[in-house]
Design a protein around this ligand. Structure first.
Ligand code: THU
Length: 173
C-alpha cells in the first residue's frame, strides 16, 4: 500500500541540486579540531532545500553534525516531512550519517526515505533510512506507550519540610 501523502508523490527529488547544495554547505563547516568538514542538504516535504554543516566545539562533546543542523534549520522553518538527505564530504571514502544522526533522521523521515552520501569525485552511495537504522525507536513507541510513574527528583511537600527543619542555608546569621 502506498502511504505517501499527495504533495510528496508530486515532488521529484533533484539529486544534482542536493549534491551541489551539500557541497556548498560543507564549505561553511566549522571543523578546526577534526579537519573533517561535512555538508548536508535536505529536501523537505514542501520541496524546499535546507542545508547544514558540522559545527565543532572546544569541549568536543558540544559538536553538532551537519545532518542535525540541517534538520533543525528545516524544523524552525516549519517543515515536518522530509523526502531525501544528501551528505557531502571531501573524502575518498563516502561518509554515512553517524549513529546519533541516524536516530534523529528516523524521527522525521520514513524508513523508505533515501539518504545519500557523495564526494568531490562525484561518487554517490544511497541507503534507505531503514537500512541505516533497522528496528528504530520512533515516536510511535511513546505515542502508544503505557504511562508509568517513575521516581521524581523531589516532590513539593518534602522539599518544603526539609527547608523548615534545617532553615535557610548560609544566608542567615
Ligand atoms: N560529522 C558530521 O557532521 N556528520 C557525520 O555524519 C559524521 C561526522 C562531523 C562531526 C565532527 O565535526 C566531524 O564530522 C568528525 O567526526
Amino acid at each position: 500500500m502506498v502511504t505517501m501523502s499527495f504533495h510528496l508523490m508530486n515532488t521529484s527529488i533533484d539529486w544534482a541540486l542536493l549534491q551541489q547544495q551539500a557541497r556548498a554547505a560543507s564549505e561553511q563547516a566549522y571543523a578546526p579540531y577534526s579537519h573533517f568538514p561535512v555538508g548536508v542538504a535536505i529536501q523537505a516535504g514542501s520541496g524546499k532545500i535546507y542545508t547544514g554543516c558540522n559545527v565543532e566545539n572546544a569541549s568536543y562533546g558540544g559538536t553538532i553534525c551537519a545532518e542535525r543542523n540541517a534538520i533543525a534549520a528545516a524544523i524552525v522553518a516549519g517543515e515536518r516531512e522530509f523526502q531525501a538527505l544528501v551528505v557531502f564530504t571531501p573524502q575518498e571514502r563516502l561518509t554515512p550519517p553517524c549513529g546519533m544522526c541516524r536516530q534523529v533522521i528516523a524521527e522525521f523521515f520514513t524508513p523508505e526515505s533515501p539518504i545519500a552520501s557523495c564526494n568531490h569525485l562525484a561518487q554517490i552511495q544511497q541507503w534507505s533510512v531503514g537500512e541505516l537504522l533497522p528496528s528504530a525507536f520512533t515516536p510511535l513507541y511513546l505515542a502508544q506507550s503505557a504511562k508509568v510513574e517513575t521516581r521524581k527528583l523531589f516532590d513539593a511537600t518534602s522539599a518544603t519540610e526539609a527547608t523548615e527543619a534545617t532553615g535557610p542555608t548560609e544566608s542567615s546569621n
